[in-house]
Design a protein around this ligand. Sequence first.
Ligand SMILES: [Mg+2]
Length: 337
Amino acid sequence: MNVPDVTGARLVRRTLRMHRPVATAHGRVGDREVLLLCLSDADGNTGWGEAAPLPGFTPETVDEAGQAILDWLADDERIGPPATPTARAAVDGALLHLAARAVGLPLHLHLDPDSPSSFAVSALVAGGTPEGLAAAGRTAVDAGHRTLKAKVGALAFEVDLVRVAALRDAVGPDVAIRLDANGAWDADEVPGHLERLAGLGIEFVEEPVAGVEALAAVRADSPVPIAADESATSPDGVAAVVGAGAADLVVLKPSAVGGIVVAAELAALARDAGLGVVVTSLLDGAVGVSHAAHMASAIGALDPAPGLATSALVAEDVGTPPTLEGGLLVLSGEDGP
Ligand SMILES: [Mg+2]
């Protein structure tokens, strides 16, 4: 990375307020504290980064991330990255954002001059009943989305199967549907589940069962592509998934694994091994989502569609997220803080 000459730094703690708590496999994600790092250069340019630790998904607390950033700032030599992944995401994001602003470019164009300024993203659709999920799917498709993601695994499989069939009926054969079981299914039942889902034309299933070994066993005979998410939340996790042949795709959350630089390296590792890469948010604030989106554009991780349409879940954000227009995420030099 071309490191800009940093002459000033400011670390701010902010509260990210959600419209309502978001149910995940790791509990409900409600309002949480995040850190914004602003780095400046001698010409008055500023670059922002965000650290948004998420309990259950990242190893550190917001206090630990803050300390790691302060330790990095206090080290005049700035040898090596900050000690925790979300702190590293904030620092690397701020450095790259500063470098981009110093040359007057949106971040994605600074990283790759040929990268697109808009791309399709998937929409998360929710509904506990077949009718509810079908209605949510139609709404998302009417808004322009061509890829939908639905959670499964919290209800009995027979119920999920009827829900997903109703969603498929509602949106027709040409819209991609991906499912996320968050590791909830029993290993011995998963092959049967996947056989029955295959007829519904599923793009992939995230984490049908928990753990790299179990994923590898399931994937060997699966008629549906398998994606690793919870098993790939760290660089070691991604390497383990790739090494074990445990998935067809990895879900990469730049904000969780250590930011743009680390995520780009992990994406290359996965792609070199023939795996697809799905870039997603950490339900983080506008700066983190913006950086993940600019990275996805810059490294061309746009198919399958990234899962970056999460800013609508945030009621009080820490900045301006990339705009969503007709199912496309639109990047500029203005999104961010
Ligand atoms: Mg997932």
